[in-house]
Design a protein around this ligand. Sequence first.
Ligand SMILES: Nc1ncnc2c1ncn2[C@@H]1O[C@H](COP(=O)(O)OP(=O)(O)OP(=O)(O)O)[C@@H](O)[C@H]1O
Ligand SMILES: [Mg+2]
Length: 292
Amino acid sequence: MSEATSNTAADEAVTQINPEAHIEPEPVAGPLVSEGEKLLEVDNVTLRFGGVVALNEVSFDIRKGEILGLIGPNGAGKTTCFNVMTGVYQPTSGQVRFKGEGLGKRKKFEITKLGIARTFQNIRLFGNMTALENVMVGVDAHHSTGVGSALFRLAKHRREEAHGLARASELLEFMGLAGKADELARNLPYGDQRRLEIARALATSPQLLCLDEPAAGFNPAEKAKLMELIRLIRDQGYTVLLIEHDMRLVMGVTDRIVVLEFGRKIAEGVPADIRDNPAVIAAYLGVDEDAS
Ligand SMILES: Nc1ncnc2c1ncn2[C@@H]1O[C@H](COP(=O)(O)OP(=O)(O)OP(=O)(O)O)[C@@H](O)[C@H]1O
Ligand SMILES: [Mg+2]
């Protein structure tokens, strides 16, 4: 359907996003959290891998409606933090609470249903499925009808299917990928794949969207556009946790920033304070704070 757009530069595709598309999260069960209140709490979390302490007594909150930056040098524990928030790993001690309730030993799919979605540092799409099908997988995470009812084409299943298709299409439209709905994910240009992963995560109607270096491999112009997109996503009613290495961009898009180094939280605050924080500067420059 979109022969003319084959291999469109990621840059060009971003400019075609449709901010008017309705992608707001759908209502989910459970307690309501008001704007500005604690949505997720990382409470004194330690995670050890053998001798490596990947997270060391880390605590911070994510408040509803904010864009929180999670930064720190390579190996600081940022991705590990996502992993304990999404059920990939259980903390060695401490806990993560979502809407006031501990995640406990919940599995990944249970946490998706609770309302936390993520993208991966290394893209993980279903390469042999189309862009639309990849997003439909996300929508299906919330549907109640299973294989049995699908076989009998029950009315409810048909309703969910139609609804899923509409929502997935809207998300592709928002991301500037509507013209590529029928292309296999693996054939999409790199930038489109990154955005498709975000669309799939949004399809689960998360209350918290966690993005692990979504702009990795982008040039500065593409990065700036992606940050604009993230702001638009927040404006549609999502709370965002963002890992991003480019300090200038992260300062421009986030409301608050948490800084990790060697598994410890070394700073937390508004971007202006983080920029001038000696411990943060030392962590990034690799200099001894006392010597500087
Ligand atoms: N499954 C694992 N087994 C053993 N060690 C691990 C495992 N996952 C992470 N680590 C270690 O935990 C530490 C934190 O890694 P993590 O991937 O969270 O860092 P990061 O801040 O995301 O870094 P980057 O910016 O490079 O992505 C590193 O020392 C890493 O080697
Ligand atoms: Mg990482």
